[in-house]
Design a protein around this ligand. Structure first.
Ligand code: SF4
Ligand code: SF4
Length: 76
């Protein structure tokens, strides 16, 4: 099964929240903190459930999300 890890460029994020809605796993949320644009930015709060579907990265207008993808092997 593919697993992923979202890497979100918090300074590129404009806080549009599109990735929050797009994530099928519902593991993205807006941070309570602000970036230098004084915008809330997206964060992943449960990386262990990311399936590397890349929906969040595809929908981000700022190309602020990169997905690291790796596979889980039995016994590894
Ligand atoms: S890659 Fe898919 S599962 Fe992972 S955070 Fe993005 S939308 Fe959610
Ligand atoms: S879609 Fe991109 S710009 Fe919008 S909140 Fe998510 S990371 Fe930020």
């Amino acid at each position: 099964m593919a697993r992923g890890k979202p890497e979100i460029d918090l300074e590129a994020c404009t806080g549009c929240e599109k990735c929050i809605d797009a994530c099928p796993q519902k593991i993205l949320k807006m941070s309570d903190n602000y970036n230098r644009r004084v915008e809330h930015f997206a964060v992943c709060f449960d990386e262990g459930r990311c399936t590397a579907c890349v929906d969040c990265a595809d929908i981000c207008p700022e190309y602020a999300i990169r997905i690291w993808s790796f596979s889980i092997t039995a016994g590894g």
